[in-house]
Write a protein that binds this ligand. Structure first.
Ligand SMILES: Nc1nc2c(ncn2[C@@H]2O[C@H](COP(=O)(O)OP(=O)(O)OP(=O)(O)O)[C@@H](O)[C@H]2O)c(=O)[nH]1
Ligand SMILES: [Zn+2]
Length: 233
C-alpha cells in the first residue's frame, strides 16, 4: 500500500486533477509529472476522505471515554472532520490560482506594507490552533500586487499544519515569487494554544518570527522603516 500524506490524505507524489482542471501534486500545481492520470486511478480528494476522517473522530471519542452514540455527539465526527478540512483548506489552494493575475505594472519603488492581517493556523505538533497577526512589506520594482492578495497569501499558508517559522518564510517566498520585488519583510506574532492550554501553560507568551529578504535583509535602514511602520520596534 502506498504511503498516504497525512496532511492531504493523498498518496505521496500522487497527481490529482483539481476542480479548476489543473494538475496538482498534493494540492500544489505541478506541470512536469507523468503519473497515471486515468480517471479510475485518481486518488481521492480530501473531501472524498471525509467519511474516513469522521470514523477516526468516532474512534477518538471512544478513546476519550465518551459514547459516540449519545445524542449530542451523533453528528460530531462529521462536524469535526469538516472543521479540520476547513482549518487546513490551504492545501487545496495554489498561489497562482489565488493571485488570479492581480499583478499590475506600476512605476513605483516605494515600500508597500499591509499590517495586522489576522492569521489562524494549526500547530503541526499538537493539532491545536495557533493564531495571531501577520505584517508584510515589500519594495516593488515595476510590479505591485493586489492588496487583498497579501492577506490571501497568508490564508494559503496558515490554513495548514504549520510551525510559525515555516509559515513566515513561505509567505515571504510567495510574495517574492509573485512580484519579484527588491525585498520582502514578514513579521508574524503568534499565540500557540499548545503553550497556553497545556504544556508550560504560559497564557501571555507570544512568539514573534520574521523573514527578511533582499534589501530588508541587507539594508538596516529599510528594515528599520518597515519595523517602524508595523510598530515592531
Ligand atoms: N519552533 C516551533 N516550535 C513549536 C511550534 N508550535 C509548537 N512548537 C513546539 O513543539 C515542541 C514539541 O516538543 P515535544 O517535547 O516533542 O512535545 P511536548 O512534550 O508536547 O512539549 P511541551 O509543549 O513542552 O509540553 C514544543 O516545544 C512546542 O512548543 C512552532 O510553530 N515552532
Ligand atoms: Zn503545539
Amino acid at each position: 500500500m502506498k504511503e498516504l500524506n497525512v496532511a492531504t490524505g493523498l498518496e505521496n507524489g500522487s497527481v490529482i486533477v483539481a476542480k479548476n482542471g489543473k494538475n496538482t501534486e498534493n494540492g500544489h500545481e505541478k506541470c512536469t509529472f507523468h503519473h497515471d492520470l486515468e480517471l479510475d486511478h485518481r486518488p481521492p480528494t480530501r473531501e472524498a476522505l471525509l467519511p474516513d476522517m469522521a470514523s477516526s473522530y468516532r474512534l477518538l471519542l471512544t478513546g476519550l471515554g465518551e459514547d459516540p452514540k449519545r445524542q449530542g455527539l451523533l453528528k460530531t465526527p462529521e462536524r469535526a472532520a469538516k472543521a479540520m478540512l476547513f482549518f487546513t483548506k490551504g492545501y487545496d489552494q495554489s498561489l497562482e490560482e489565488v493571485l488570479n493575475n492581480a499583478i499590475f505594472d506600476e512605476d513605483t519603488d516605494e515600500m508597500v506594507v499591509v499590517k495586522d492581517i489576522e492569521m489562524f493556523s494549526m500547530c503541526e505538533h499538537h493539532l491545536v490552533p495557533f493564531y495571531g497577526k501577520v505584517s508584510i512589506g515589500y519594495l516593488p520594482q515595476g510590479k505591485i500586487l493586489g492588496l487583498s492578495k497579501l492577506a490571501r497569501i497568508v490564508e494559503i499558508y496558515s490554513r495548514r499544519l504549520q510551525v510559525q517559522e515555516r509559515l513566515t518564510k513561505q509567505i515571504a517566498l510567495a510574495v517574492t515569487q509573485a512580484v519579484r520585488p527588491a525585498g520582502v519583510a514578514v513579521v508574524v506574532e503568534g499565540v500557540h494554544m499548545c503553550m497556553v492550554m497545556r504544556g508550560v501553560q504560559k497564557i501571555n507568551s507570544k512568539t514573534v518570527t520574521s523573514t527578511m529578504l533582499g534589501v530588508f535583509r541587507d539594508d538596516p535602514k529599510t528594515r528599520e522603516e518597515f519595523l517602524n511602520l508595523v510598530h515592531f520596534k
